[in-house]
Design a protein. Sequence first.
Length: 240
Amino acid sequence: MNEVLVFNKVYFSYDGVEQILKEVSFSIYEGEVVTIVGPNGGGKTTLLKLILGFIKPSLGNIWVYGVDPVLGRKNIGYLPQFSSVDRNIPMTAYEFVKLAVYPGIFSFYPVDIDERVSNVLRIVNAYDFGRKIISELSGGQFQRILFARAIVNDPKILILDEPTNFIDESSKKNFYEIIMSFKTKKTIIIVSHDLNMVSNFTDRVFCLNREMFITCRIDDLKHNLDLIYSNSFNYVEHRH
């Protein structure tokens, strides 16, 4: 399998003193679904910022499709945490997705932009409310719009940061089904505390608490979670 993302002995600190990430090394391969779990403050958000090229490692190397993340992030679609997005913007859901389309040559939008936006809205089951102002959308509806923005440029990698936070249980199941329609078509990286979701469809679980623990099997997951959560994690196994 082709490597699409590589971390090689990556360290990161914001102040040069406290290590947020310590000697993190891993590879993610084309078509994989990888879920990242770990306690708050364990470095998950920092890891995503490094992948996206928003910050640089203190030590070590990162490659996205063999190049620096700043160059490689054109291959990435990013769905940020729901709570980090300002919804008080006076525009429709359709316009909000359209803004995420990369301009083409001479900074002009591609000629098929309206068709492209309409198609992704249909894919995420959001076409019917595409003309609503985003501040009027429910939590589940707005999350679909954020996902539409993440896929509108047809990226090779999807990064989804807590994709079902702040949406109700009935919407979660439907949202995961939409995400999983891209399984094998794209490489998917998900940050989530939803271990029911993890056990259903992820290929590998990365357990992160400043250092990285990697498990490939759900059977190994509880042991690693006990380690990174200092034996305070309550794991409930779901069987289907």
